[in-house]
Design a protein around this ligand. Sequence first.
Ligand SMILES: Cc1cc2nc3c(=O)[nH]c(=O)nc-3n(C[C@H](O)[C@H](O)[C@H](O)COP(=O)(O)OP(=O)(O)OC[C@H]3O[C@@H](n4cnc5c(N)ncnc54)[C@H](O)[C@@H]3O)c2cc1C
Length: 416
Amino acid sequence: MSRFFDVCIIGGGASGLAAAVYIKQKNSTVSVAVLERLSRVGKKLITTGNGRCNITNSDEAITHYHGRNARFAEYALKKYPNAELEKFFLSLGVPFVYDETGRAYPASLQASSVVDALRFSCDALGVETFTECKATDFTKNGKIYTVKTEKGDFSARNLIFAAGLYSGGIKLGCDGGVLKLLKSKGEKCVAVTPAIVQIKTAGDLARSLKGIKADAAVTFKIDGKSVRRETGEVLFCDYGLSGPPVLQIARETERRNGRKEVSLDLMCKRSEDEVISLLYGLKTALSYRKLDEYLSGALNKRLGQAVVKAAGLKLSGYVSELSSGDIERIAFLIKNFTFTAISTTGFDNSQVTAGGLDTDGFDNTTMMSVKNKGMYAVGEILDIDGDCGGYNLHFAFSSAFCAADSILKGVENDKA
Ligand SMILES: Cc1cc2nc3c(=O)[nH]c(=O)nc-3n(C[C@H](O)[C@H](O)[C@H](O)COP(=O)(O)OP(=O)(O)OC[C@H]3O[C@@H](n4cnc5c(N)ncnc54)[C@H](O)[C@@H]3O)c2cc1C
C-alpha cells in the first residue's frame, strides 16, 4: 500500500526542508512528505560555514555561479534575493547578521539553529518527515508519481528531487544514487567534480612548507592562461594548498584538460619593480647576512628560504654576493611562486559539487522537468554551483521556493 501526499520531497536537506516549510506556510491543506535517507534531517546544513551557516552574501552578482548554463540560476536568485530569504528565515525566528565581508549568518552564529528552525517548523506545520527512508526508485502512472523507499511506497502528484550531491561525502547524505536513478530515467547529466576544495600539488615543495600561512594573490592557470584569481590567506599542507582563496579557485582542477598551475603572488600589494627595489634595499641593509636570513623580515622565514632555494641559490651563500640576475629571479619567484595542480582532495572535503542534472531538462522559473510535469529538481543536484560565501545555500533555498510556488499554483488550479 502506498501512502499518498500532494507533495513528496526526496531529501531532507537545505532545499528539501525549505520547500516543505514554504509550501505549508502558504497553504496548510497541502500534504507534504519529506523522505530522508539518514537518521536525521539537515546533516550537511549543520556543518556549513564551519558550524555557523553562511546563508547568503550581500554581493548577489550572478557571476558567483557556475555551470554549463549558470544563467539558469538567475531567475530564482532575482525572485528570491537576500531580502526574501531574510523574510522567510525571520518568520522561523532566525534573523541574519552580515559580517564585514558581506557574508550573512544566522544571528545565533549557529548552523544548528537554522536546522532546528526548519525542523521545528516542519513539525509545527504538519510536514510528515520520514528518516532512514532512502528513495531507491520512482515510477509515473498518469499524473501520479510513486517513490519506492526502504519504508514502503509514497505516491504524490508532485515530486521534488532535493537530494543534494556528493559534497562532504556520503556521511552527509549523498551516495549519488538519485542522480544515477534520474540518469537511468533519461535525464541528462553534466560530469560531476568537487568544487570549493583543497588542491593537491606535485612534488615536495608544499609539504616542506606544511603549516605555514601566507597572504597571497592566488591565480589558477591552465596552459599558462590565468583562469581565476583570488586573494587571501593560503595554507601550505602535506598534500598541497588550502585556505579560502585556494578553495575558491579550485573548481577547474578536475574539470578541464591542460597544464594546471596555482601561482602565488607573495607580495601582491607591490609591483614586480617595487619588489626588485625592496630586494636591492635588503641587499644593502643585510649584506653581512647569509641568504637563509635574506627574506626573513619580508616573508615567513621558511617560505623566504624556499624562494631563495627555488631561485637556484644556496642558503649558505652571502647576501652581499647576490647579482642583479639573482635579485630579478627572486623577485619573479615572489610574484609567481608556482605549483603544479594534480587534483583536488576529493568530494569528502569539498563544499559543493560542480556538474549534476543538466539544467536544459528543467524550467528555470519553476525548476520543473521539461519532460515530466510535476517533477522538480532543486539545490545542489542541479548543474549549478556557487562560489564560497553563502552562494550555494542561497541557490538551494531560492530554487526550492520557485518549485514550491509552482506546486502551490498547480494545487490551486486543480481546486478551481
Ligand atoms: C562542509 C560544508 C560546508 C558548507 N558550507 C556552506 C556555507 O557556509 N554556505 C553555503 O552557501 N554552502 C555551504 N555548503 C554547501 C551547502 O551545504 C550545499 O550546497 C547545500 O546543502 C545543498 O542543499 P541541498 O538541499 O541541495 O542538498 P543537501 O543539503 O545535501 O540535502 C540533500 C539531502 O538529501 C538526502 N538524500 C540523498 N539521497 C537520498 C535518497 N536516495 N533518499 C532520501 N534522501 C536522500 C541527503 O541525506 C541529504 O540530507 C557547505 C557544504 C559542506 C559539505
